[in-house]
Ligand binder design. Structure first.
Ligand code: GTP
Ligand code: SPV
Ligand code: MN
Length: 595
């Protein structure tokens, strides 16, 4: 990792390569961001929203070909391809240096280079880490100021930590043909060119806090995960913390900010984080988690005062909206905002919105960037330097069929298998076809910076070091009837599932043992006031043997991809599941690794 005294040298070297007209070191102050916003308003990069309805809020329209993460242009450049594994794109580090380096040559000509020191994690925490992003996009700077702790606080931390992860970013010419997001995990280095969008450009988020951090975490024995963190308060006021991994646009932000319909009974959710968790084994043998971020980069469509009132409250000031619609009275608008489309609204591309047209007004992956501290449900512990102790881990995805509403794994290794064999339908958060089921282990398929076979082994070994490991569950809010109707109302009502999970953590909660794990009996879920027919709940909880038998062969095919990197214990869990389902399974490859 680059050391403190090499920061100046790296900035100089980057300036020699990209040749900006000037260099600005960001201090993270209000005056600084105000000046940048003024600049972007002048250049037409931002539109100021209504000062009365949305004070200090802005709309940004990105290039229409630059609206989501581009996984096919994302590379891990480790020395050996086998360390990167079959689910990542690998590029030879030397080749990346030359070919991507060529694109950076003179890329910032005529532009200002911003040097953005940022801290991932609470100030003063031994578990926080410093990154420095060099960028020529003031939009990126303004977003990084919300998403991270930026400027002085990061440089102060760097004085003690002595090391940082460098990230060089340029908009380049925004052409997808000259777009690359490359990671050099051995040097903790990130290079990103040709995109100004979210996870491609805000380098602290997916590039550092997940891809690079997961590499470091494996070496150091901790976990960097695509997980929300929440606290569930019970009627006695005790708070139990849970972390949940769902793929992009599959409900993390919504669950983390859940507004509880059981508040009158004393059950309430506190938000610690909505996208990323760094977790380590504490001296007490429990798993402790911090949220490395300081803001939310949330999916706008579908967000409204019913589905997520806490997000609505968080984003009404000091926020940036990307690729949403704009009403004539300068408010943001998106599909599912629960207000009819006002006449004269402009769509995300800046054209007048056609109320009868097929084109969405907001891009399906339109986002808001809002400070976490503005969220009414933000946990009093969200900046605790030691983090919060995790009692339950939830894995989940979008599955029309197969996965029941909730089930509990038998133990940690079985839970790791459940996470490793996760699958979900693709969403608009990444460029490509939407709605296709793909394997997405632990929701980390696009974010694990190393061979996922090794990653499964790492999860097993972390579990073995814990005296009091969290219980592991799987949830699915997205199961549908044959007619295509969601079987479960979701959103706030998910607290009923969290309550059963809490009961299980405490050794209660009625369940029946099935082939796939413990499934709640319908009576074990508090369904009071929900008004859904008992047969619908039964259908949501059903373990459909046929579809699970089909899963067995798909899982096998997936785990075979990793060859001898798939841990023997994963194959053992696969075999046990097949045996419980009474379905035949061929022997795993002879060479699978024992661990
Ligand atoms: P990323 O920020 O991309 O990592 O996404 P996320 O996992 O935080 O997803 P988010 O909470 O933003 O939800 C994405 C979409 O799923 C939104 O359109 C929501 O309306 C929808 N959604 C979230 N929770 C539920 C639920 O419980 N049921 C249903 N049916 N839809 C949900
Ligand atoms: C995701 O895609 O999982 C996100 C948005 O959270 S991005 O920052 O673009 O990765
Ligand atoms: Mn995410």
């Amino acid at each position: 990792m680059a050391s403190n005294h090499s920061l100046d040298a790296w900035v100089e070297e980057s300036a020699r390569l990209t040749r900006p007209k000037d260099i600005h070191w960001c201090d993270g102050s209000e005056a600084e961001v105000d000046r940048l916003i003024g600049l972007m308003l002048d250049q037409g990069d931002l539109v100021r929203l209504s000062e009365t309805r949305h004070p200090n809020c802005y709309l940004h329209r990105s290039h229409p070909t630059d609206v989501s993460r581009t996984e096919h242009l994302t590379f891990i450049c480790a020395a050996r391809p086998e360390d990167v594994g079959p689910t990542n794109n690998w590029m030879d580090p030397q080749k990346a240096r030359t070919e991507v380096g060529r694109l950076f040559d003179g890329a910032m000509r005529g532009r200002t280079m911003y040097v953005v020191p940022y801290l991932m994690g609470p100030a003063g925490s031994a578990h926080s880490r410093v990154g420095v992003e060099i960028t020529d996009s003031p939009y990126v700077v303004a977003n990084m100021r919300i998403m991270t702790r930026m400027g002085r606080v990061a440089l102060d931390h760097l004085k003690n930590a002595g090391e940082f992860s460098p990230g060089l970013h340029s908009l380049g010419d925004l052409s997808p043909d000259r777009r690359f997001i490359v990671h050099f995990p051995e040097e903790r280095l990130i290079w990103s060119i040709g995109s100004g969008y979210g996870g491609n450009a805000l380098l602290g988020k997916k590039c550092f806090a997940l891809r690079i951090a997961s590499w470091i975490a494996r070496q150091q024995g901790w976990l960097a995960e695509h997980m929300l963190i929440l606290g569930l308060e019970d009627p006695e006021g005790r708070v139990t913390y849970m972390a949940a991994a769902f793929p992009s646009a599959c409900g993390k932000t919504n669950l983390a900010m859940l507004a509880s319909p059981l508040a009158h009974l004393g059950y309430k959710v506190w938000t610690v984080g909505d996208d990323i968790a760094w977790m380590r084994v504490g001296p007490d043998g429990r798993l402790w988690a911090i949220n490395p971020e300081a803001g939310f980069f949330g999916v706008a469509p579908g967000t409204n005062s019913q589905s997520n009132p806490n997000a609505i409250a968080a984003l009404n000031k000091n926020s940036i909206f990307t690729n949403v619609g704009l009403t004539p009275d300068l408010r943001p608008w998106w599909e599912g905002i629960s207000e009819p489309l006002p006449a004269g609204t402009i769509d995300w591309r800046g054209r007048s919105a056609d109320p009868n047209g097929a084109d969405p007004v907001a891009h399906p992956n339109a986002r808001y960037t809002a400070p976490a501290r503005q969220c009414p449900s933000i946990s009093p512990e969200w900046e605790s330097p030691e983090g919060v102790p995790i009692s339950a881990i939830l894995f989940g995805g979008r599955r029309r069929r197969v996965a029941p509403l909730v089930y509990q794994s038998f133990d940690w290794p079985h839970g790791v298998f459940v996470g490793a064999s996760m699958a979900s339908e693709t969403t608009a958060a990444a460029t490509g076809q939407v709605g296709v089921t793909r394997r997405d282990p632990m929701a980390m398929l696009p974010f694990c910076g190393y061979n996922m076979g090794d990653y499964f082994g790492h999860w097993l070994s972390v579990g073995a070091r814990m005296a009091r490991p969290p219980l592991i569950f799987h949830v699915n809010w997205f199961r549908q009837s044959a007619a295509g109707i969601f079987l479960w109302p979701g959103f706030g009502e998910n607290v009923r599932v969290l309550r059963w999970i809490l009961d299980r953590v405490r050794g209660g909660g009625e369940a029946r043992e099935t082939e796939i794990g413990y499934v709640p009996t319908p009576a074990a879920l508090d369904l009071d006031g929900l008004g859904i027919p008992p047969e619908t709940v039964r259908a949501a909880l059903e373990v459909d043997r046929e579809s699970w038998v089909a899963e067995i062969s798909e899982q096998r095919e997936f785990f075979q991809k990793f060859g001898d990197r798939t841990p023997a214990r994963i194959w053992e869990e696969h075999r046990r599941l097949a045996a419980r389902l009474k379905c035949a399974v061929d022997a795993p490859p002879a060479a699978s690794r024992a661990d």
